[in-house]
Design a protein around this ligand. Structure first.
Ligand SMILES: Nc1nc2c(ncn2[C@@H]2O[C@H](COP(=O)(O)OP(=O)(O)OP(=O)(O)O)[C@@H](O)[C@H]2O)c(=O)[nH]1
Ligand SMILES: [Mg+2]
Length: 246
């Protein structure tokens, strides 16, 4: 079973080499990494090329001209994975907020669902206790808000640690996804749900980034709150495709 892990990077020079070795140490055969770097000023892209040379055929770096946003970075990486033969496509942040070892459970969960989500808000999951109270509250509120308005069947709709079956990702209308920042994960969840795909949540401990600086802000969250209403409207006619007779 071939697995491609898509990792968007912007200034992750301290994290990327560590993450890549942690991933290649996992008991998952045929794991390949796709880094999507937005010309990081700290040289993450160049570092990616060095890692690609160390791991021939197992690591690809897509270079984009500048900081074009998380959503389009993921979509670019997903398309690259789908052009290849990966049967499972995973996505994760570069900053170790997503525990690499949990990838094994995410992939296993796909045996009984279409999309496996790393989740902070199911029993056994949690967020970094060093997070400021406002950040914990915002994250929990953002999830409840999106869940109630969009009637999502998951507890953690904003997390970015996921595994998709190839068939599921191929069924997603990636060209219609409008969110480029933090609501990207919510929009992908909503579209997948509207299309009738099923989810399973795997509890994770979400650690604060170990290296580099945080970019989270109230402004970002406010934009995300508005996006949810737009999604409700944009996908009002989306339905699961008719089942083919078997
Ligand atoms: N290619 C690309 N990657 C990005 C962009 N913005 C963020 N990333 C990467 O996407 C992942 C998630 O971004 P983070 O900055 O960690 O977002 P966060 O976890 O909500 O916030 P902090 O970790 O507190 O900064 C990381 O691997 C980033 O390097 C972007 O515009 N382009
Ligand atoms: Mg982070």
């Amino acid at each position: 079973m071939q697995l491609a892990v898509v990792i968007p990077t912007y200034n992750e020079a301290e994290n990327l080499p560590r993450l890549v070795s942690a991933l290649f140490d996992l008991p998952l055969e045929a794991l390949a990494v796709i880094v999507v770097d937005d010309n990081s000023p700290d040289g993450t892209g160049q570092l990616g090329e060095e890692l690609a040379a160390e791991h021939p055929g197992r690591l690809a770096v897509i270079h984009r001209a500048g900081k074009l946003g998380l959503g389009t970075a993921y979509i670019r990486g997903f398309r690259h994975a789908l052009e290849g033969s990966a049967q499972v496509i995973a996505q994760m942040d570069a900053d170790f907020s997503h525990p690499p070892e949990k990838l094994v459970e995410l992939v296993r969960a796909l045996e009984s669902c279409d999309v496996a989500l790393g989740s902070r808000y199911v029993p056994g999951g949690s967020v970094d206790e060093r997070w400021a109270l406002w950040r914990k509250a915002l994250s929990a509120f953002g999830n409840t808000y999106a869940r109630l308005i969009l009637r999502l069947p998951v507890r953690d709709a904003t997390g970015g640690f996921r595994a998709w079956r190839r068939r599921t990702l191929m069924g997603m209308p990636l060209e219609r996804i409008r969110s480029n920042g933090y609501s990207f994960q919510v929009e992908m969840t909503y579209v997948a749900h509207r299309l009738g795909y099923t989810f399973q949540e795997v509890p994770i401990y979400f650690a604060d980034r170990r290296w580099g600086i945080s970019k989270m802000s109230f402004k970002i969250q406010r934009e995300a709150a508005l996006r949810v209403w737009k999604m409700l409207y944009e996908y009002r006619n989306l339905r699961p495709p008719p089942r083919r007779p078997t």
